[in-house]
Design a protein around this ligand. Structure first.
Ligand code: NDP
Length: 473
């Protein structure tokens, strides 16, 4: 039996992944021109290379290269992400609303800490947990795990959105002061941040006793800060309650809609009626959240569910970052009303429609293809075979760029900011941040696809040279 040391070139730097024993039908797989003892991963991943599939299987289980700048980068993000969120909350309500520059003031603990806000947050999480546990229209199976099992997930997120809306409607009719919520954003965001830290710590401790097969590929580096940030356990559960799946699309996303609605109600209280710009922002973002929940099953094949562990990155991201920063445009509009005429509003609606058409078309095409490649809507598309038995689409939306769904998402992000006018940079934070996030996410996904599909992925990249934006990137 021979031994091969496998290297993956990441950002120009060869990183040792693991030492793999390679026994193939034709003897030991030989390096192909990469220097003695160093074997290109891509050479092994080719279906025609004997043992390529087995090596891929071992690679899937090997330790992934460190991401997000390793322990230092993740330590910085533990501070920077909450700091940015509070900066945006403070700046949105300040007169100058300057994105770049110091916040108008630093709030004291008495302004941040409120037992009432904490109680409200727990009531919200409790309500969403109860809705999660209600009978679902469907129970879906996730992808196969390392131990060959599959987890089951309730598909009732859209139902949770509808029931929450009904409950809120009833509440407002009965005198619930929804318009008072914006005054509580700071203590609510503080309570959510604190809860996310404690929750991530509990998840980290829980993962210490989890079997190795339950750990995420990236979150068990051994560095506590890095693992705390990325998340050690892939699918932490108590019984059938899946914490990551629950947080991914419910409390934060539905919370975002509720925050937007509270801002709209507050604007109506202050100015007699909500502005056209506020209606557009609320409508577009409600469509986005409704779409995510309607197609909830698709989340089961995303990187967040299949690859990333559940740690601070996703817990804080889902529970705090999404509702409090994604609602930035509506927050800005409440404190800085913007005139918007119908012709411009229609033009913005057109941009939103184009973005949504690309986003939904691309996501549905891939989901249909992954579920059933012989479905008539995708059966005629051109594909590239891979060593894993799966195929890659190389025509249709996925033949235009390698991440057409990201392109649609970015176009929609622009449509959400445009109703806020062009006098301030602040409402454009979301487009800028989201573009950076998706460019980084695209690079992470490419690395994972290269690990999964090897030469077939390289062939795909040759056939579809642009990543997100045709002829630009
Ligand atoms: P994607 O839906 O883009 O999925 C990437 C995966 O698709 C790859 O790993 C690969 O997995 C498969 N794939 C890639 N290329 C092809 C191809 N040519 N043919 C067939 N399959 C292919 O992943 P995300 O989870 O990043 O995004 C899902 C949606 O969520 C996107 O629309 C994105 O914009 C959105 N999103 C929104 C965020 C927000 O904060 N609003 C944050 C992140 C994402 P495999 O081969 O294993 O199937």
């Amino acid at each position: 039996m021979g031994r091969g040391r496998v290297h993956l070139k990441t950002a120009g730097r060869a990183q040792r992944l693991s030492e793999l024993s390679v026994q193939t039908g034709a003897g030991v797989a030989k390096p192909s021109g990469n220097g003695a003892g160093r074997v290109s991963l891509i050479d092994f991943c080719e279906p025609s290379v004997p043992g390529g599939t087995e090596i891929m299987a071992q690679l899937e289980g090997s330790q992934a290269p460190l991401e997000f700048g390793g322990p230092l980068g993740t330590a910085a993000m533990l501070v920077l992400l909450p700091a940015t969120m509070f900066h945006l909350l403070l700046v949105a309500r300040s007169g100058p609303a300057r994105l770049l520059g110091p916040p108008p003031y630093l709030p004291g603990l008495e302004e941040l800490w409120s037992p009432r806000a904490l109680l409200l947050l727990f009531a919200w999480l409790g309500l969403q947990a109860v809705l999660y546990l209600l009978p679902a229209r469907k129970v879906a199976e996730g992808l196969e795990l390392k131990d060959k099992s599959r987890l089951r997930y309730p598909i009732n997120g859209f139902q949770a959105l509808v029931l929450t809306t009904l409950l809120m409607g009833l509440g407002v009719t009965a005198g619930l002061p929804l318009g008072a919520l914006p005054e509580m954003f700071l203590p609510l965001a503080f309570a959510t941040t604190l809860t996310s830290f404690i929750f991530s710590l509990l998840l980290y401790v829980k993962a210490l006793v989890a079997p190795a097969s339950a750990l995420a590929p990236g979150g068990s580096s051994g560095n506590p800060v890095y693992d705390f940030f990325l998340g050690r356990e892939l699918n932490p559960r108590i019984g059938s309650f899946d914490f990551k799946y629950f947080c991914e699309l419910r409390p934060g996303l539905i919370g975002w809609v509720l925050i937007n609605l509270a801002l709209l109600v507050r604007e109506a209280e202050l100015r007699g009626s909500p502005s056209l710009a506020m209606w557009l922002v609320n409508g577009f973002q409600l469509l986005y959240v409704g779409d995510a929940l309607w197609y909830e099953e698709a989340v089961l094949t995303t990187m967040d569910i299949t690859h990333d562990g559940f740690g601070f990155m996703l817990a804080f991201g889902d529970l705090a970052w999404v509702p409090f920063t994604y609602s930035l445009q509506a927050q800005f509009l409440l404190y800085h009303p913007q005139p918007l005429g119908w012709p411009m509003a229609l033009f913005i609606c057109l941009i939103q429609a184009v973005g949504y058409y690309i986003f939904r078309g691309a996501n549905s095409q891939k989901n249909t293809f992954r579920k059933n490649p012989s479905d008539p809507s995708v059966a005629g598309l051109e594909t590239i075979p891979t060593a894993t038995g799966r195929q890659l689409l190389v025509s249709g939306w996925w033949g235009m760029v390698r991440h057409p769904n990201y392109l649609g998402d970015i176009i929609m992000a622009l449509a959400w900011s445009l109703p806020c006018g062009v006098s301030h940079l602040l409402p454009y934070f979301y487009v800028l941040y989201f573009t950076v996030l998706l460019v980084h996410r695209e690079a992470r996904d490419e690395q994972q696809c290269l690990r999964k599909y090897g030469r077939a992925w390289r062939e795909y990249c040759k056939r579809v040279p642009y990543r997100i934006m045709p002829y630009v990137y």
